[in-house]
Design a protein. Structure first.
Lengths: 535, 364, 387
C-alpha cells in the first residue's frame, strides 16, 4: 500500500530484531557450553613434578589462568641438550635462585616478559629446528579450568633416610643443621642443639627465615648436584626423585638404623613443668609418668611424630594451665587427646586400628579409653616411693623413671586354658536355625596369640581377663562372665535403643569383629557356616 | 446489556465471600508442621547391613506378596540395582565391589508426604504413628503420587486390568498398632534396622555418630530431607555413593504447591471483578461512542435542516420579488396597452366625430 | 443410479481411513479394558504418565483453549467482528474437553471411580483435584455454551433464547475456570523439581502454561478455521466467509504479541534461576530449539504475516505454533521429565498408546464434521436473530 522503500525498512525491522535475538541466544549458549565442557588438556595420570606458575599473584589478581608446568620434563630436556640447572636458574651467592631466569620480581610486566620471552622463545626455537618443543600460543599454557592431578607427595626424612645422610656426611651434623642469630644475622651451629628443618622453616618465607620449600630445595638439591657433578653417589635432583610416591617406594630402607646421637634419655619421667620437691604443696597431683624414651624411638619413624614443633619437652609449650606458645593446648590435652597422633593416648589409639586389635577395639566407643581407672594407672603408676614428685631435672627423677619402668609388668598370661570353655553352645534363639557350636577356646587363643608380642596390649590389658571383655563387655572382668542374654533381650528396647536385641548382639559382635580383623571366612551371609538351617 | 448497581454490588459480594472462604491455603504464612509428637520411625544403619535380604523375605511374607522368581537367599540379584515394584515393597542394593555397602530402600514415610499432598482422592494418610498408609478403596489410579514422590518409591499394578493398586511399604501399620515390630525390622539379624520413636531414634543416631566419628558420615539422612522423613539413615560412605539423592533439599513437598493452590481463591475472587470491569468499560466506551455518534448525527441533521430552511426562505423571497417584478411588469404592460388602446380609441373617435348617431354628444 | 452415488459419497478416502482408525481404536479399547495398562502401554514405575497424559490431556486441554479466548474477545472485550468465530471455537473447545475426559478413562486405573474426588473423598491439597474440578465445571459450561446451536437445530426456540441470555455469565465463568485449570496443569509438575530438567522446571510453571494456552487457543482457532474453510466451505455463510481474513489478521496479531511476551518471561525464568549454563548441554540445545524455533520464530512470522496482510503466512504459522504447543507439553511431561534416569529407564510410547490417541483425535474430527454439517455452527440459522 505504502511506498516500497517504507515497506522495505519496516519489513527489515522485525527480521533484523529476530536475527539479533537469535544470535544473542546462540552466543550465550555457545559461551556457556564452552565453559561447561572441560578442556581436552585434562591429565589422566598425575605427575609429581607439577608446578603451577602463578608468580604474578603478588602483583594483584591474575588476568589469565595460572600455567601448569612440569619441571622434570624440562630438566630431562635440558639433560638431553647437555645443559644443567643454570640454563634456567641464575646463581646468586653460590646459591641457585629458584626463580626462573631472574633473581627478584621487579614488576608485573618485567616478570611476565621474562616468562613469555624465555619460555616461548625457547619453544619457538625448538619448533623451528623441527624438534619437540612446548606450547607457544596463549591458551596452550594458560589453560582455563585445567583438571590437573598432581601426585606430589612430601618426603619425610625418617630415621632410615636420616641415617643414610649421617653416614654420607661422616657424622658432620653441621653440614645440614644450623641455627640463626638474629643479632648478627648469621647462621651458626651448636652441637647438641640440632633439630628438624620444619621446626624453623615454615610454609611461607618470613623475615630472615626462608620457607621450608626453599630451604630444602636449596640445601638438598645443591648438595646432590654437587655430588653428582663429582660423579659420586648422590640423591635425586629431580622433582619426581623425591616427591613421586612410586620413586619414594624405591628408596633404600635401612631396617634398623642406629640410634640418633642427640643426648636423648633412655627412661625419663614425663615433664610437667610443675615444681618438684617440698616448697609447694604436692598433694592431689597425678603421679608422674615414666616414659621409655628409647623404646618409643624405635616405635616411630622420626622424632617429629612426637616432637612436632621442637625437641624440648612437651611441657615447655604445653603448660598445665595453657600457654600462648602451645596454642593454648594444655598439658593434659596434649598427652591425652584421643585423635591427635602427637599425643600419647592418640598414638596408642591408632594402634588399636591394627587388624589384630580392631576386632574388639573398633566397637569400643570413642570416649571410653579415659574412663577406666585401670587405664590411668598403667601410666600414672601409683607405686609407693619416698618422694613421689622429684625435681624434674634431677638425677633422682631419672632413676625413679627407670625404677618405675622396671616395676611395670606386662601381662602376657591368658586365662588358664582349662578354664576357657572349649565350645559354647548358643541355643537361646533357635527358631529358623539350629544352635551354634561356638569354638570358644580356639577364638580366645587366636586373639591372645595376636597380642602376645604387643607390649602396648600387654601393659594395658592389665589382667588376663581383660581380653575376655572384648566380647564379654559392659560387665566386670571375670572368668565366669554373665550370659549375653542377661542384658540383651529379644529385641532392642524402646527405652534403651542403643542396646541391640540378642540376635543382633551376637551378629553384630561376631560379624563386625571378623570384618575389622580382615577375616575372609566365615562369610557373613553364609548363615549355615555358623548355624545349620532348621528343617 | 448495561450493568446495574445492584448487579455490580451483588458480584462484588460474591467475590469477597469466595475469597474469604479460601482460608486453608495460607500461602504466605510461617506455618510449619513439626511432625506428630510420638510418631514412630525406623533407623537404618547402613554400616550394619550385610546384604542378606532377610528383610525382603520377611516383608514378602508379612504382606502376603507373591513369591519372586529368584528366592530371597539368592544374593546374585544384588549385582544389579533394583527399585521397588508392585511385588516388592522393599529392595536391598549393593554398592561398591571390594568392600561393598548395602542399603535397604523402601517408602521413607515422610513427615509431609508428597504422595499425600498430590493425591486428589486423599488415598494417602500420614498416621500419627508415623506410617503413611494407602487406601485402595478410593484410589482412582491416576498415578500422580508416583510423579510426586521424590524417592521414586510407589509402584503400580499395571498388569491388573480391574483392581490395580499402588504398592508401597506400609511400615507394617497393622502390626505396629498392635505393638509388634515391622516385618523387616524383626527379621534383620544385625539390627541394621531399629524401630522406635522418631525423636529417640534421632538421639540414638546422633549418639552413634559421636561415639564412632571415624565410622559414620556426620549426617542423618531423613532428618531434614523433604521436610523430614520417618525412615532415618546412617552411613559410612557418602550418601551420593549409596544411591541416595542428596539434591532433594529440605522443602516439604506440599510447600512446593502452596503458592499455586493459594492463587486459586485469588483468581476466583478477582477475575470476576477484572472481567466485568473490562466488559463494563467496553460497554461504556461503546455507549459513549454511540452517544457521540448520535449527537453528531443530530447535529448534522439540524445543520442540514437549518441550511435547507435558509435556502427556502431565500428562495421564497426571491420568488416574491420576482412575482412583484412580474406583476409590476404586467401592470406596466397593461397600462401601456391600455394607454395605447385609449390612444387608438381617441384617434378613431376623432375620425368618426361629426356624425355621432348615437347621441354620444359632448353633452352626454 | 442414486445408490451408486451414495456409496461413492460414503466411501471417500478420508472416511475409509477414519473408519479403519475407529475400528482399530475399538479393538484397542477392548484390549485396554480386558488386559490392563501393562498390555497396551509402555508405562512403568519410573514413568507413570505417558502419551495419554502428555498428549491427550495436556495438549488436548491447551488446544481447546480457543473457546475461552474467542468468547472473551467477542463478549468481554467487545470485538464483535470475530463473532462468526465464536461457535466454531466453542465447538472445538467442547469437543476437545469432552475427548480429554474420554481419554482420561483410558489412562486411569479405575475410570469408574473418576467421580470419587468430588463425591467420596476430596483431596483438596492436590492440584489434580483443582484440575479435575475446573475441567468438569468447564465442560459443563462449554456444553451450555454450545447448546444453543443444537437447540436451534432441534427447533427448541424458547430454551435456546433462555440459554443465550446466559452468555455473559458463562463467558466470565469460562475465563475464570480456564485460567485456573490451564495454570494448574502446569502446577502439577511443581511438586517434582527433582525430576524435571531445570530449564523446564520453574515456580512460574502455572503462568507459563496459562500463557501458552492463550497462544494455543489463538492459533488453534486460526488453524481450525483454515481446515473448515477448506473442507466445509459449502457449509459457511457470508458472514463466516467474509470474517475469515479479519480473524486471521486479528488473532495473528494477538498471537504475535503473546508469543513475544512468553519469550520474555521464559528468558526471565532462566535468568531468575541462573540456569544459563544448562544451555550449553544437549537438553539446552533442545530447549533453544523450542524457544527459538517454536516461540520466537512464530512470533516473528505472525508479525510479518500481519504486517504484510499475508494470510497464508499466518495460517502456516498457526499450524507451526500448534505443533510448538505439542512440543512444549511433550517436553515437560516426557522429554525433560525423568531426565536424570539412564536411557534404559526412559519412556517411549507403545504403538497401542499412539493408536488410541490417533483414534481419539479421529473421533473428534468425525464428531466435529457431523455437527458442523448439521447444526448452525458455520452459518447462522435464519430463524434466529443474530445474537
Amino acid at each position: 500500500m505504502q511506498g516500497i522503500g517504507k515497506m522495505g525498512i519496516k519489513k527489515i525491522y522485525p527480521f533484523g530484531m529476530g536475527i539479533l535475538l537469535c544470535g544473542v541466544f546462540v552466543l550465550a549458549a555457545v559461551w556457556t557450553a564452552a565453559a561447561a565442557v572441560p578442556p581436552a588438556e585434562a591429565l589422566a595420570l598425575g605427575r609429581a613434578d607439577l608446578i603451577v606458575i602463578d608468580g604474578l599473584k603478588s602483583f594483584g589478581p591474575l588476568e589469565r589462568p595460572p600455567v601448569p608446568f612440569y619441571h622434570d620434563k624440562h630438566t630431562d630436556a635440558m639433560v638431553k641438550q647437555n645443559k644443567d640447572c643454570s640454563a634456567c636458574h641464575e646463581t646468586v651467592k653460590d646459591k641457585l635462585s629458584r626463580k626462573f631466569k631472574r633473581v627478584q620480581d621487579n614488576s608485573k610486566t618485567a616478570v611476565m616478559d621474562v616468562y613469555h620471552d624465555q619460555c616461548i622463545g625457547c619453544h619457538k626455537e625448538r619448533k623451528s629446528a623441527n624438534k619437540a618443543g612446548g606450547p607457544v600460543t596463549c591458551g596452550e599454557c594458560h589453560i582455563k579450568d585445567a583438571m590437573l592431578r598432581s601426585t606430589w607427595q612430601a618426603i619425610t626424612l625418617d630415621k632410615s633416610l636420616h641415617y643414610r645422610h649421617v653416614k654420607a656426611n661422616e657424622k658432620k651434623c653441621e653440614t645440614c643443621h644450623h641455627e640463626f642469630n638474629p643479632q648478627t644475622k648469621a647462621l651458626y651451629y651448636t652441637k647438641g642443639d640440632e633439630g628438624a628443618c620444619l621446626y624453623c622453616h615454615k610454609k611461607k618465607t618470613e623475615e630472615n627465615r626462608i620457607s621450608n620449600r626453599l630451604a630444602s630445595h636449596q640445601a638438598c638439591i645443591a648438595c646432590h648436584r654437587q655430588l653428582a657433578a663429582k660423579d659420586k653417589d648422590a640423591g635425586p635432583a629431580q622433582c619426581s626423585g623425591c616427591h613421586d610416591p612410586r620413586q619414594q617406594a624405591l628408596l633404600e630402607k635401612i631396617a634398623d638404623p642406629p640410634r640418633m646421637e642427640r643426648n636423648q634419655p633412655d627412661a625419663v619421667l614425663v615433664k610437667t613443668g610443675l615444681k618438684g620437691g617440698n616448697p609447694e604443696p604436692v598433694t592431689n597431683r597425678m603421679r608422674p609418668v615414666p616414659f621409655d624414651h628409647r623404646a618409643h624411638e624405635g616405635y616411630n619413624n622420626s622424632c617429629r611424630q612426637c616432637h612436632h614443633a621442637d625437641l624440648k619437652s612437651c611441657a615447655t609449650c604445653h603448660t598445665v594451665q595453657g600457654d600462648e606458645e602451645g596454642r593454648q593446648v594444655k598439658l593434659a590435652q596434649a598427652m591425652h587427646q584421643n585423635d591427635a597422633r602427637n599425643s600419647c593416648v592418640g598414638c596408642h589409639k591408632q594402634q588399636q586400628a591394627e587388624p589384630a586389635c580392631a576386632g574388639c577395639h573398633s566397637s569400643i566407643v570413642k570416649g571410653r579409653s579415659l574412663t577406666s581407672e585401670a587405664a590411668c594407672k598403667t601410666c600414672h603408676m601409683n607405686i609407693p616411693v619416698e618422694n613421689p614428685y622429684p625435681d624434674e631435672s634431677s638425677a633422682e627423677s631419672k632413676s625413679m623413671a627407670a625404677d618405675l619402668l622396671a616395676a611395670r609388668k606386662p601381662v602376657v598370661e591368658t586365662v588358664p586354658v582349662d578354664q576357657i570353655p572349649e565350645t559354647v553352645t548358643i541355643q537361646s534363639l533357635t527358631h529358623d536355625y539350629e544352635a551354634v557350636a561356638l569354638p570358644h577356646r580356639k577364638i580366645v587363643l587366636k586373639l591372645a596369640a595376636g597380642v602376645k608380642d604387643n607390649r602396648l596390649a600387654a601393659y594395658f590389658h592389665d589382667a588376663p581377663t581383660t581380653l575376655c571383655q572384648g566380647c564379654h563387655h559392659n560387665s566386670p572382668a571375670t572368668v565366669k562372665p554373665p550370659q549375653c542374654g542377661s542384658c540383651h533381650g529379644r529385641s532392642s528396647e524402646a527405652l534403651n535403643l542403643t542396646r541391640p536385641g540378642l540376635m543382633a548382639a551376637y551378629h553384630q559382635q561376631c560379624i563386625q569383629c571378623h570384618d575389622k580383623m580382615g577375616l575372609e571366612k566365615p562369610v557373613s551371609r553364609e548363615c549355615t557356616t555358623c548355624h545349620a538351617k532348621r528343617k | 446489556m448495561s450493568i446495574s448497581r445492584r448487579k455490580f454490588l451483588g458480584w462484588m459480594g460474591a467475590a469477597s465471600l469466595t475469597s474469604a472462604v479460601g482460608t486453608s491455603a495460607r500461602a504466605a504464612s510461617n506455618h510449619e508442621f513439626k511432625g506428630y509428637e510420638d510418631s514412630m520411625a525406623v533407623l537404618h544403619d547402613i554400616t550394619r547391613c550385610i546384604g542378606c535380604r532377610k528383610c525382603e523375605g520377611a516383608c514378602n511374607t508379612v504382606n502376603d506378596l507373591p513369591k519372586p522368581e529368584k528366592p530371597f537367599d539368592d544374593l546374585t540379584v544384588l549385582e544389579e540395582k533394583r527399585r521397588t515394584t508392585a511385588k516388592a515393597y522393599t529392595v536391598v542394593n549393593q554398592f561398591g565391589g571390594q568392600a561393598p555397602t548395602f542399603v535397604k530402600k523402601q517408602c521413607n514415610h515422610c513427615q509431609e508426604p508428597a504422595c499425600a499432598s498430590a493425591c486428589f482422592v486423599k488415598a494417602f494418610t500420614k498416621t500419627p504413628e508415623g506410617a503413611v498408609v494407602y487406601n485402595e478403596k478410593v484410589c482412582v489410579g491416576c498415578r500422580y503420587c508416583m510423579i510426586a514422590c521424590p524417592f521414586e518409591i510407589p509402584a503400580y499394578e499395571y498388569d491388573e486390568p480391574f483392581t490395580p493398586r499402588i504398592m508401597k511399604c506400609t511400615m507394617c501399620y497393622p502390626r505396629i498398632t498392635k505393638g509388634l515390630l515391622p516385618g523387616c525390622v524383626e527379621a534383620c539379624p544385625t539390627e541394621a534396622l531399629v524401630f522406635g520413636k522418631r525423636q529417640a531414634l534421632l538421639k540414638v543416631a546422633r549418639q552413634r555418630i559421636a561415639d564412632y566419628p571415624d565410622r559414620y558420615v556426620d549426617h542423618i539422612y531423613g532428618e531434614k530431607e523433604m521436610g523430614g522423613t520417618n525412615w532415618l539413615y546412617l552411613t559410612s560412605k557418602p550418601y551420593g555413593e549409596v544411591g541416595m539423592r542428596e539434591d532433594l533439599g529440605n522443602t516439604p513437598a506440599p510447600k512446593l504447591t502452596k503458592g499455586a493452590l493459594g492463587a486459586v481463591p485469588m483468581v476466583v475472587g478477582l477475575w470476576p471483578v477484572l472481567l466485568t470491569g473490562i466488559y463494563a468499560i467496553n460497554k461504556r466506551k461503546e455507549k459513549i461512542a454511540a452517544e457521540e455518534q448520535h449527537a453528531a448525527v443530530d447535529e448534522a441533521v439540524a445543520q442540514t435542516n437549518a441550511e435547507a430552511e435558509a435556502k427556502l426562505a431565500a428562495a421564497m423571497e426571491k420568488a416574491a420579488q420576482n412575482q412583484e417584478a412580474a406583476v409590476a411588469r404586467e401592470v406596466k404592460k397593461a397600462l401601456e396597452e391600455a394607454a395605447k388602446a385609449a390612444a387608438e380609441a381617441e384617434a378613431a373617435k376623432d375620425e368618426k366625430g361629426s356624425d355621432a348617431p348615437d347621441g354620444t354628444s359632448e353633452d352626454a | 443410479m442414486s445408490q451408486q452415488a451414495n456409496r461413492s459419497t460414503l466411501f471417500t478416502p478420508f472416511n475409509v481411513i477414519a473408519g479403519l482408525i475407529v475400528i482399530m481404536g475399538l479393538i484397542l479399547t477392548v484390549i485396554r479394558f480386558t488386559k490392563g495398562l501393562d498390555a497396551t502401554t509402555n508405562l512403568s514405575d519410573y514413568n507413570p504418565w505417558g502419551l495419554w497424559i502428555g498428549f491427550d490431556l495436556l495438549v488436548g486441554v491447551a488446544l481447546a483453549a480457543g473457546g475461552y479466548v474467542t468468547s472473551a474477545a467477542v463478549y468481554i472485550f467487545g470485538m464483535k467482528r470475530y463473532h462468526s468465530a465464536v461457535r466454531p471455537a466453542i465447538l472445538t473447545a467442547f469437543l476437545g474437553y469432552a475427548l480429554v475426559v474420554f481419554a482420561l478413562n483410558y489412562d486411569v486405573g479405575r475410570p469408574w471411580r473418576l467421580p470419587y474426588p468430588f463425591f467420596v473423598s476430596q483431596g483438596t491439597t492436590s492440584l489434580l483435584f483443582e484440575v479435575g474440578a475446573c475441567v468438569a465445571l468447564y465442560l459443563s459450561v462449554l456444553f451450555i455454551e454450545f447448546s444453543p446451536a443444537a437447540m436451534e437445530w432441534l427447533g427448541l426456540k424458547k430454551a435456546r433464547n433462555l440459554v443465550v441470555k446466559l452468555t455473559m455469565v458463562l463467558t466470565i465463568l469460562g475465563v475464570i475456570l480456564s485460567t485456573l485449570h490451564q495454570s494448574s496443569l502446569g502446577a502439577l509438575f511443581l511438586i517434582a523439581p527433582s525430576k524435571l530438567h531445570p530449564l523446564w522446571y520453574s515456580s512460574y510453571l502455572p503462568i507459563f502454561f496459562f500463557v501458552t494456552s492463550t497462544i494455543a487457543g489463538l492459533s488453534m482457532v486460526i488453524f481450525e478455521s483454515t481446515l473448515s474453510h477448506h473442507f466445509l466451505h459449502d457449509k459457511m455463510d457470508e458472514a463466516h466467509l467474509a470474517g475469515n481474513k479479519g480473524l486471521a489478521l486479528g488473532f495473528g496479531k494477538a498471537a504475535a504479541w503473546v508469543l513475544a511476551g512468553y519469550f520474555v518471561i521464559k528468558t526471565i525464568g532462566v535468568a531468575a534461576d541462573n540456569n544459563w549454563h544448562y544451555l550449553g548441554t544437549g537438553y539446552g540445545a533442545w530447549f533453544l530449539v523450542e524457544m527459538l524455533g517454536f516461540v520466537a520464530l512464530p512470533a516473528f512470522m505472525y508479525a510479518v504475516g500481519v504486517r504484510d496482510r499475508n494470510i497464508k503466512i499466518i495460517r502456516w504459522t498457526a499450524a507451526w505454533t500448534v505443533l510448538g504447543i505439542v512440543v512444549n507439553r511433550f517436553n515437560i511431561s516426557m522429554v525433560a521429565f525423568n531426565y536424570h534416569l539412564p536411557s534404559s529407564e526412559r519412556y517411549f510410547p507403545h504403538w497401542m498408546e499412539i493408536g488410541i490417541s490417533v483414534f481419539i483425535v479421529t473421533v473428534g474430527i468425525l464428531v466435529f464434521r457431523f455437527i458442523c454439517t448439521r447444526m448452525p455452527i458455520l452459518y447462522e440459522h435464519p430463524d434466529y436473530e443474530s445474537h
